[in-house]
Write a protein of this length. Structure first.
Length: 248
């Protein structure tokens, strides 16, 4: 029986039309023998707007649920994610060729690693791409270093949470994505880094689409009061996990 990587995608109606490109980026992935991917597309809502864009492929599972935000959608998708690893793929983003194989190789080679990330590029509306400053060195990411950097750089992590690849059992042990209106993926990233070493691939693994409808581009996302509260609870969770001394 093949071993499995589960791709988890939260989607709502405005981003549904991007699913085709996300799917095409999955089709371009090549995995070593004995491995397969399965895509769980979880709609954050109960509409008729998303299903028409979901590919007709036996490797794709589509589910719906009452609205709760992307973190809730991804977490509930884990109920349908039977596999050893979980890979995040937002509906409006695309993996680059080789991403899954690189993530898998890193964690299969070192059982002390709980998660992996990779370099990401912003994909602008005109099709051009722009990189992020401050990428770490290619290789292991030691426990606590993501939180330290995030705290010292105005709550900006040096690795992108939209590129996460992690052991499913570890994601489950941490409760999945945080129950926040935004920054839920950063919360999971910092929690993972609090309890386990990770890996960063300097090769580009994700094209992060920038478009006018994305949630992170809305005014509510940068509301100072809410943002301060989100950052506070994200940090508190990571520090609590560190303080407990539990590790993977």
């Amino acid at each position: 029986m093949s071993r499995r990587i589960v791709i988890v995608t939260a989607v709502h109606a405005p981003s549904a039309h991007f699913l085709r490109e996300a799917y095409e980026s999955l089709l371009a992935q090549e995995l070593p023998g004995g491995w397969e991917w399965h895509w769980v597309v979880q709609e954050d809502g109960l509409t008729d707007a998303v299903a028409p864009y979901v590919p007709d492929d036996a490797r794709v599972t589509f589910r719906q649920g009452r609205p709760g935000g992307p973190g809730a959608a991804r977490t509930i998708a884990l109920a349908h994610a039977e596999g050893e690893y979980v890979k995040v793929l937002d509906a409006d983003d695309q993996l680059t060729p080789g991403t899954l194989a690189r993530d898998l190789a890193a964690l299969e080679a070192d059982r002390t690693l709980g998660w992996a990330t990779s370099r990401a590029l912003d994909r602008l509306p005109d099709g051009s791409t722009v990189g992020f400053p401050g990428d770490p060195a290619h290789g292991p990411v030691e426990r606590g270093t993501v939180l330290d950097h995030w705290k010292s750089n105005n709550h900006s992590a040096q690795v992108h949470p939209a590129t996460l690849f992690a052991r499913r059992e570890l994601v489950l042990a941490l409760g999945g994505w945080m129950a926040l209106p935004a920054s839920e993926d950063t919360g999971l990233l910092l929690a993972l880094n609090a309890v386990s070493r990770g890996w960063f691939s300097a090769e580009v693994g994700l094209l992060y689409r920038k478009w006018e409808g994305q949630a992170t581009g809305q005014a509510a996302h940068v509301d100072a009061g809410e943002r301060d509260a989100r950052m506070a609870v994200v940090e508190a969770r990571a520090r609590a996990l560190t303080g407990f001394g539990w590790g993977f």
